[in-house]
Design a protein around this ligand. Structure first.
Ligand code: SF4
Length: 316
């Protein structure tokens, strides 16, 4: 039986970023150094496949520090944690390793610097996301106000419109954030912020590569988890840039074959916490049904690498 032809546009860069790579390495190296169990506060990165693999090696995932015993090491996830968390771990004399991505830590430092200069902070981010909770938790309550949309800017109740700064979550939509920043600048002309938003290189690059293919394809599959902010943004970016159907899939079994029936072209990308093995699984599932021709669409090259903390680089 001949299979229908399908052109598969494979976005690059896609998948793991340097912060995710480092966070996973931190858990693996901690297990090697201290043996199992090693506790991890929150999913180290938002991907079930990654979390399950680390759990098999002896990592224990918890949501709060009070679920960890004092005498086992604990790792804080790539998304960052409120200041109170490492402070509590230190008070309990626990061994802890912070896997917060250095690009998230950079935003924490920025927020602190503005606070020291007497500015109140506006954070552009998603309520309830661990990164937002972590960044807001760098400063005392009330010092960081959250806005999620342009509409939120209109109702923002600030202490002093002349003494404001903004920071952003690292995994937002570049285009949506521009609109929110413009609304903030229109309402508070004195507000200060980063030269570019705090959206990281990996988020920006993955969105750019999706934009480069979105209007050439009948459908887009984004490999990633439903709680992964940057993966969900990729689905939106595809839809907002001309792709008629975009779906987030955790793995091949999630593909809605009925929804993509009759397609001649498809795009594939992956969020920053999705491993390449899952991308290959999705491609294999397409190859089983279509005569696939792959075209790589590479819009940037990445060579960012972050070192793991020193405590893991020295022998026990
Ligand atoms: S998406 Fe960006 S900020 Fe988040 S872990 Fe990756 S590099 Fe760091």
């Amino acid at each position: 039986m001949t299979m229908p032809p399908l052109t598969l546009y494979l976005a690059a860069p896609r998948g793991f970023c340097a912060g995710v790579d480092r966070a996973i390495k931190i858990v693996e190296m901690a297990l090697q150094k201290w043996g199992a169990p090693v506790y991890v506060r929150h999913e180290i990165v938002h991907n079930k496949f990654v979390v399950d693999a680390l759990r098999d090696q002896g990592a224990v995932f918890v949501e709060e520090l009070d679920e960890c015993p004092d005498d086992r090491p604990v790792i804080f996830s790539a998304h960052g944690v409120p200041k109170a968390v490492p402070a509590e771990a230190a008070r309990r004399e626990m061994i802890y390793v912070d896997a917060t991505c250095p690009l998230v830590s950079k935003v924490h430092i920025e927020a602190e610097r503005h606070h020291e200069n007497g500015l109140q902070i506006v954070m552009i981010g998603h309520a309830g996301h661990p990164e937002t909770i972590g960044t807001m938790g760098q400063l005392p309550e009330g010092e960081v106000l959250l806005v999620e949309t342009e509409a939120d800017v209109a109702t923002l109740d600030v202490r002093n419109p002349e003494s404001l700064a903004f920071v952003t979550q690292t995994t937002l939509s570049v285009d949506d954030t521009k609109g929110i920043v413009a609304a903030l600048q229109a309402r508070f002309p004195a507000i200060v912020g980063p030269h570019k938003e705090d959206i990281c290189y990996a988020t920006t690059n993955r969105q750019e590569s999706v934009k480069a293919i979105a209007d050439k394809i009948d459908a887009m599959l984004v490999v990633g988890a439903p709680n992964s902010s940057n993966s969900r943004r990729l689905v939106e970016v595809a839809a907002n840039n001309g792709c008629g159907y975009a779906q987030l899939v955790q793995r091949a079994t999630d593909i809605d074959w009925r929804a993509i029936e009759g397609i001649r072209s498809i795009g594939i990308t992956a969020g920053a916490s999705a491993p390449e093995v899952l991308v290959n699984e999705v491609i294999d599932a397409l190859r089983a049904r279509y005569d696939v021709t792959v075209e790589l669409v590479e819009t940037a090259q990445e060579n960012v690498e972050f070192k793991v903390p020193r405590v893991l680089r020295v022998p026990a």
